[in-house]
Structure formats: C-alpha cells, structure tokens
Write a new protein. Structure first.
Length: 317
C-alpha cells in the first residue's frame, strides 16, 4: 500500500476512489473505465500542481520518503557483477556504508553508498544510514583501492548525517570524516557523486567531494538537518519548515549557487512513485557525467576537483 505524505492528501483521496472503482463489478449504471480515466487524469493534474510548487520542507519530506530508492537498490539496479567489500581493516565493518566493485554499463567501477534500510530490521542493521568512524575509514580504503586499480568511483549518498554517539566521537569521528573528504579530493580516478535522498552535513560530503556532484530533483543537501538548525537558532524543532526555507537545501537552490553540477529529474510525484524510471534517469546522467572524465589524467582529475571546491563560496569584489 502506497504511503502518502501530508500534502498529498487530495491525491490520496482520488486514488482511493480509483482503487474502489476498479474493484467494483461491471454494471450498466456507470461506465467504470470512463470514470477511472477521468479520476486518473484529475489525480495526475493534482499531483503535477502539488509537485510544481513544493516548499523546501515538503521536499525534505519527499527526500525522506520510506519508499524512495535507497543506495542498495541503486546498486542493484545500476551495477552488474557487484562484489561487496567490507571492513576498515582497523576496527569493524560499518553497515551504514556499503561498497564494492562491479560494472556500470560495461565499465569496471568502485561503488560506495550510505544505506538507510527499507524496514525496521534493515534500518537498525544499517543504523539509519548514520555512519561511524569505521564506515568512513572503509570508504577511504575503497577509494584508495579504486585508485590502485584505476577504477572510477561512483558514490550514492543518503544520510541525515554521521552518527553522533559518544563511541563514534571516542573513535575519532571528525578525523575519519576529514580523511574521507581528503580521499575524495586526492583520488587519481574519476569520482561521480549523487545525493539520492538526504545529504546531511560532513557525513554526506565525506563521500560527495567529486568531480561531478549530482542530485535527484527532490533530494536535499545541507550542513545540518532543518530540525537541528531550528533547535539551535530558535530552540524549537517545530520551526524546521522555516529553517528549511532559509538554508537553501534544495537541488534547485544548490544548482543556482554552483554547489552541485546537475539535477536528475524524478518521475511525477517523486522517485518513490516510479523507482524504475528514476533509476534509469540516474544511470543515464551518471554515464553522461562519467564519459568525459575517463579521458583525463590523474593529475588533471585531482586539479579540477580541487579547483571546483576551492571556488565554492567565492564572492566577486
């Protein structure tokens, strides 16, 4: 059964009527097919109108939708012959970050993603996508491995942020994230990063400092969650919608600011409504961004990546 967000209630009511009509036996009193077609057109128009004017807070809700494609689903759909690799070779394997080698449309690649999980059991297993130091050290290890074997790196980010627990801090969370960013910037191979859901704080950028940074149309990318920002500035997490507006967290805002390179369009109503189409669009854009990077030397790749991030935030005098 499809899960509807609060602002989708008008569409939910129409689609409930459509389902009810489809279950009705045929009768001469009403042409069910015509009525279904009429209501379907009305529902599509409602959905189009709603999604054409989503607020940043509503986009946040879409980015967090439980049925939205997760990193494991992206890998399953886009990567062939995937061989998972585990562990940071120092402490443990962190299930919040998954990765390994495979083929992307015929090209051998290293793929790394933050995985939130799809149900209660897998969310607990993957710690809701909040990685600990060992997760970022695993990502760093895989990036270095990719460099040794000349494998382009594809990353898929979906995290509210790094795990904030005491044990993570005790094991060097900040240092591990910094090393992850360093590994991204120093990788001698192409790196294409995609924000597929939430891109939260350093926990996201540790995997997203790429030559090309993509975002799904309804994904979000920010230094802190709207709730966290509201709690700090107003001491009231209920102000999250106001914070989301002020923080410029949407793909559209970030593209204008030059912080991302391309927006991957989602099906009408969000990626969760048609994951297959959403994943196909993502694959096409990743392929388009990766193609020109393959011809660059390691020195050129690193130089362009460094220049790209140093240029962010510059203001003309």
């Amino acid at each position: 059964m499809r899960q509807y967000l609060e602002f989708e209630k008008p569409v939910a009511e129409l689609e409930a009527k459509i389902d009810e009509l489809r279950r009705m036996p045929a009768s001469g009193e009403i042409n069910i097919a015509e009525e279904v077609a009429r209501l379907s057109a009305k529902a599509d128009a409602q959905l189009k109108g709603i999604y054409a004017k989503l607020t940043p807070w509503q986009k946040t809700q879409v980015a967090r939708h439980a049925e939205r494609p997760k990193a494991a689903g992206v890998i399953a759909a886009l990567i062939e012959d995937f061989i998972p690799l585990a562990g940071d070779r120092a402490f443990a394997d962190d299930a919040a970050i998954i990765g390994g080698m495979g083929r992307f449309r015929g090209t051998p690649v290293m793929v790394i993603g933050t995985e939130k999980g799809t149900d209660t059991e897998t969310r607990i297993k993957h710690n809701f996508g909040m990685a600990k130091p060992e997760g970022y050290r695993k990502a760093k290890r895989l990036m270095e491995l990719a460099g040794r074997f000349n494998l382009p790196i594809l990353t898929f980010v979906d995290t509210s942020g790094a795990f904030p627990g005491i044990e993570a801090e005790a094991r060097g969370q900040a240092e591990a994230i910094a090393r992850g960013i360093e590994a991204c910037l120093s990788a001698p191979v192409p790196l294409v990063a995609t924000i597929i859901g939430e891109g939260g704080s350093g926990g996201a950028i540790a995997l997203a400092a790429g030559n090309a940074v993509l975002m799904y149309e309804h994904a979000i990318y920010s230094v802190i969650s709207p709730e966290g920002c509201a709690s700090i500035l107003w001491r009231d997490s209920a102000q999250a919608p106001v914070a989301a507006e002020a923080m410029r967290i949407t793909a559209q805002d970030l593209k204008k600011l030059g912080l991302i390179d391309e927006i991957v369009q989602e099906p009408l109503g969000g990626a969760h409504r048609d994951p297959e189409a959403a994943l196909a669009a993502l694959g096409d854009e990743v392929e388009r961004q990766l193609a020109p990077l393959k011809d660059l030397s390691p020195e050129a790749l690193k130089a362009k990546r460094r220049e790209k991030f140093l240029a962010m935030g510059k203001v003309g005098l």
